[in-house]
Ligand binder design. Structure first.
Ligand SMILES: C[S@@+](CC[C@H](N)C(=O)[O-])C[C@H]1O[C@@H](n2cnc3c(N)ncnc32)[C@H](O)[C@@H]1O
Length: 222
């Protein structure tokens, strides 16, 4: 039987829980309206790695071997720091393509009051996020299980996608799909940049993720 080395133990049992508590406090201090959401998520995902297990277990049970579904998370505090760069307006409609736990959708809705949609292929994430929405008795965000490539992107003006595990062909498919959006749509992608004549890079923003330092690309549909 393999045993954890003391450094792993320190990371998972001490450092990660402290980081989680710190970011939860940072979020709720800045946006007290998110406190019930944070509390619900802490109950659903009580330890570091609990959300990853939802994805890993479901993929294993369904026999899905697809690296583009590899799970990792945008830290809530990282996302909060990105928000001022987005110039969100009350008319915006947000979608997280591959929303995982769906927390970012709750953030967008609770902070800006805008409609937010989360889509993920992992049914367990969608069921959990729906459960939180119902517990809170909120009408938003909306969550949907499925392949985001099968959705129309047209209704959305603010798009987020963590592209860290997307190979070139998936990035090309995403870039093509973004042609469906209205000019002026802002697109945030993590790690990689969808390219095409219909897209303009506004800025590249360094940011910290659960997997380490990375970049977020803010682009605009032209
Ligand atoms: C790296 S995680 C990011 C989760 C969340 N957006 C965040 O930043 O915290 C990527 C998620 O996208 C989902 N995913 C990848 N490709 C997808 C597709 N074509 N349709 C729906 N979900 C997809 C995966 O199941 C996974 O949960």
């Amino acid at each position: 039987m393999s045993r954890w080395n003391p450094l792993d133990q320190l990371k998972y049992q001490v450092i990660s829980p402290l980081q989680e508590a710190w970011q939860a406090a940072k979020i709720t201090n800045r946006y007290p309206q998110l406190a019930p959401v944070v509390k619900a998520y802490q109950a659903l995902y009580p330890y570091a790695g609990a959300s990853t297990s939802v994805s890993v277990n479901e993929r294993e049970a369904r026999g899905i071997e697809d690296d583009t579904l590899t799970y990792g998370e945008t830290r809530w505090a990282t996302f909060m720091e990105l928000l001022p760069q987005l110039a969100v307006s009350p008319d915006d409609r947000f979608i997280d393509l591959g929303c995982g736990t769906g927390f970012l959708c709750f953030m967008m809705h609770a902070i800006y009051g805008i409609p937010a949609t989360g889509v993920d292929l992992i049914q367990g994430f969608i069921e959990n996020a729906e459960q939180v929405r119902q517990q809170l008795n909120w009408s938003q965000p909306r969550f949907q299980q499925g392949d985001f490539f099968e959705l129309s992107f047209l209704p959305f003006s603010l798009i987020y996608a963590t592209c860290t595990c997307f190979p070139d062909d998936v990035m090309a498919q995403l870039a093509d799909k973004l042609a469906e959006t209205e000019p002026g749509t802002r697109i945030l992608t993590v790690t990689d940049l969808p390219e095409g004549d219909h897209l303009r890079l506004i800025r590249r923003i360094p940011a910290k993720f659960s997997w380490g330092p990375d970049h977020v690309y803010l682009s605009e549909r032209i």
